[in-house]
Design a protein around this ligand. Structure first.
Ligand SMILES: [Zn+2]
Length: 288
């Protein structure tokens, strides 16, 4: 499986740091979209996160049209290059994303308005999940229509296993053969606590022959189901580094390594090593 190192520092894509060479990166649109000047050429392969979680959390829906998003992604691919795939403008299905309010100390806008639910009207969770799934599938079809040459991936969204199965059926009904897709994103799994439930969802679709990417996975869980994913990404290193003193060899001025490639690379090695130990039958890692 290929592990994408998530980073909030877009310049790692093009920095002349040989230690980063051969390390696949995962970068959010939120870290790229505001740049006006042309991007330098990327020096390593990468995949694009659409930043949907932040968009829905803060705005309760996508402010960007599929046409605008496709134009952005085209620019990334033409200027940066080495873009392996791009996530669509998907709709996460966590209850707190749908209903809004405070979760883990963070404010969520809620998607009532985007779903056309007026204040006081019934706001059924199952109906909301279904609508988020329809939005997600429609967006993928729309992006394929607007820019068929760009490397969009379909994303499965849902909350329960039955939801994910229904989402797969929506793709099938729309004529999309998920088993033929080089990568299928698995959304809304990363912020769950229950690793067993994630493993069950992963197992189900792995058994159907899908090439799954786990978005923002908990690295603890990778030992359990990492060998059934084709790829995963995480930027948990940065949160960890904020609470620790900087590495003894580091000469940067910042007090911690929250922005430090060396810390991120050492963390990545630990993740890959732990996965290798947990799943000895699966050793085809993309070690540098
Ligand atoms: Zn450092």
């Amino acid at each position: 499986m290929r592990f994408f190192l998530g980073t909030h520092i877009a310049s790692w894509l093009w920095d002349d740091n040989p230690r980063l060479d051969g390390v696949a990166l995962f970068v959010s649109r939120n870290r790229l979209a505001k740049r006006v000047t042309p991007f330098p050429a990327a020096r390593r392969d990468w995949a694009l996160d659409s930043g949907g979680f932040t968009e829905l959390k803060e705005h309760g829906g996508w402010r960007l049209s599929p046409e605008e998003y496709a134009a952005e992604v085209r620019r990334y691919r033409e200027q940066l290059g080495r873009l392996l795939w791009a996530a669509p403008q998907d709709w996460m299905c966590e209850p707190w994303v749908i209903y809004g309010g405070t979760h883990n100390g963070q404010r969520f806008a809620g998607t009532q308005e985007a779903r056309g639910v007026l204040p006081g009207e019934p706001n059924d969770f199952t109906a909301a999940v279904r609508m988020h799934q329809e939005f997600t599938v429609q967006n993928y079809l729309e992006l394929q229509r607007i820019a068929p040459d760009l490397p969009w991936i379909p994303v499965l969204q849902g909350w329960t296993l039955a939801d994910y199965e229904r989402c797969a059926q929506m793709y099938a009904d729309a004529g999309v053969d998920l088993t033929a897709a080089p990568v299928v994103g698995l959304g809304s799994v990363c912020r769950r606590q229950a690793t067993e439930e994630i493993a069950r969802i992963v197992d189900t679709f792995h058994a159907r022959g899908l090439n799954l990417h786990g978005f923002g996975v908990k690295t603890d869980g990778l030992g359990d189901y990492g060998d059934r994913l084709v790829s995963a990404d995480s930027m948990a290193w940065s949160f960890g580094a904020r609470r620790e003193p900087k590495l003894s060899g580091c000469t940067h001025r910042a007090k911690n390594c929250a922005n430090c490639p060396e810390w991120a690379l050492q963390w990545r090695q630990r993740v890959l090593a732990r996965m290798a130990n947990a799943t000895p039958r699966q050793l085809a890692f993309d070690l540098i």
